[in-house]
Every structure is written in C-alpha cells, then in structure tokens.
Design a binder for this molecule. Structure first.
Ligand code: HEC
Ligand code: HEC
Ligand code: HEC
Length: 160
C-alpha cells in the first residue's frame, strides 16, 4: 500500500472535490456553500471547552437527508448554525441550573444535550442493530455497516 500522510491526502481530496460544493438558488443571495469535509465542532464562544473539539466528517453523513440534522431547513435558503439558530443556543446545563428539575425544552436548547442526543443516539442505534444481527446467528451476506463512534474519545479525539 502506498503510504500517504493525512495532510497530503486532504490536499489531494481538496483538489479533486474542492472544500465545499456550492448549491445555487435562484439568486446569488440564496446560494449556500456546503462544507464537504471535516467541520470542527466546539462549544459556543463564551464556553470553555472541557473536551477536545469534535472533528465531524460532514460529507460522510450525506447518506441521510440534510434535514435529518438541519431540521429547521426546508431544503431552500441559508442554513443556520446549530448554536446560533435559536434552537440550541443554551450554554449552561439546565440540570445544574435548576437544581435537578429538568424542563425538556430547556434541556434540548442546551447545545451539548442537542449534539449528544442527535449524534450519539444515531450511532448507538446502528451499533445496537449490528449487535442484534450478530447475536441472531443468521448468516450475514454483507459486512455490517460502520456505526460511527459512541465513546467519548471516539468523537472528542484527544489532541496530539
Ligand atoms: C448528521 C447530521 C448532518 C447532516 C445529515 C447534514 N449536516 Fe450540514 N451540518 C451539520 C452540522 C453539525 C454542521 C455544523 C453546524 C454548526 O457549526 O453549528 C453542519 C453545517 C452545515 C453547513 C454550514 C452552515 C454554516 O453556518 O456554516 C451547511 C451549508 C450544511 N451543513 C449543509 C448541509 C446539506 C446541504 C446537507 C445535505 C446534503 C447537510 N448539511 C447534511 C450536520 C449535518
Ligand atoms: C442519522 C444518523 C447519524 C447522525 C445523526 C450522526 N451520525 Fe455520525 N455516523 C453515522 C454513520 C452511519 C457513520 C458511519 C459512516 C461510514 O463509515 O460510512 C457515522 C460516522 C461518524 C464518524 C466517524 C467517521 C469515520 O471516518 O470513521 C464520526 C466522527 C461521526 N459520525 C460524528 C458524528 C457527529 C459529531 C454527529 C453529530 C453532529 C453525528 N456523527 C451524527 C450516522 C450518524
Ligand atoms: C458521537 C459523538 C460524541 C460522543 C460519542 C460524545 N460527544 Fe461530547 N460532544 C459532541 C459534540 C458534537 C459536542 C458539541 C461540540 C463541542 O462542544 O465539542 C459535544 C460536547 C461535549 C461537552 C461540552 C463541551 C466541552 O468541551 O466542555 C462535553 C463536556 C462533552 N461533550 C463530554 C462528553 C463525554 C464525557 C462523552 C462520553 C461519555 C462524550 N462527550 C461523548 C459529540 C460527542
């Protein structure tokens, strides 16, 4: 196998695919630039990160429809950030703030809960399906699908 550094690989991929694809709308204002590679997800500006940021391979997830995640987007117009959209702009855990009482709406407005709920649930669900298929003893024709990480370090990649 040819050994190739990640940097060089990214460079090649960037040359081949470009870093983003542009989806055009009817006027220039409506065009959006869709990042195809890795988006580094970190906490909102005023929050001090306890965990390393999460390199999120956006394009790898395009087997799902866009509004699986961009649930406010109606396949038209600009896409807003998760943490500035008014959806998940909470910066503090309502569990800590409310002394144990939890309001569901406040909970999902907290960006960390929103991300964890969406990202981890989907990966876990696939993992669980894989495990039950393995346990079923059925002869599997195809390799089981990759589930995506569900461990802390699998997403919050320790910095090198
Ligand atoms: C598995 C979830 C997921 C899927 C599916 C997904 N995205 Fe994203 N996308 C994200 C996340 C998370 C971000 C980062 C948002 C942020 O920084 O707040 C993002 C960012 C973006 C951005 C940049 C937004 C900005 O403000 O810079 C655009 C544009 C975008 N996505 C378009 C799309 C399109 C078009 C599709 C469908 C082909 C799609 N996304 C599918 C999760 C997803
Ligand atoms: C609806 C399901 C779904 C959601 C939501 C989702 N993922 Fe994934 N994710 C997957 C699947 C499936 C894979 C495996 C893809 C593959 O290897 O082809 C994956 C793979 C990954 C990988 C590993 C990629 C690799 O190269 O091995 C990372 C990291 C990841 N996801 C992060 C995230 C983060 C962060 C979020 C939330 C912003 C998220 N995912 C949301 C389904 C999902
Ligand atoms: C599927 C991916 C995924 C997994 C697994 C995951 N996280 Fe996260 N986590 C995220 C994303 C995305 C964010 C929002 C971006 C950010 O703040 O880093 C986040 C945010 C956080 C935050 C708030 C931001 C910060 O740095 O203080 C903490 C704390 C955190 N995660 C801890 C954990 C712990 C502990 C685990 C394991 C029990 C874990 N996460 C597992 C994706 C994941």
């Amino acid at each position: 196998m040819v050994k190739i550094s990640i940097g060089v690989l990214c460079l090649i991929l960037a040359v081949i695919f470009g870093n983003a694809m542009v989806v055009s709308g009817e006027s220039d204002d409506e065009s959006i630039s869709v990042p195809l590679g890795v988006i580094h997800l970190g906490p909102p500006e005023d929050v001090e990160a306890k965990q390393p940021s999460v390199p999120f391979p956006h394009g790898t997830h395009f087997v799902y429809t866009c509004n699986t995640c961009h649930h406010q987007w109606e396949m038209d117009g600009p896409i807003e950030n998760c943490t500035t959209s008014g959806c998940h702009d909470g910066v503090e855990s309502p569990i800590k703030a409310g002394g144990g009482k939890v309001d569901e709406d406040e909970l999902i407005a907290y960006y960390k809960t929103a991300y964890h709920k969406m990202c981890i649930s989907c990966h876990r669900e696939i993992k669980a399906q894989n495990e039950s298929l393995e346990k079923s003893g059925r002869v599997l024709k195809d390799r089981l699908p990759n589930a995506g990480p569900s461990s802390c370090k699998g997403c919050h990649l320790p910095e090198e």
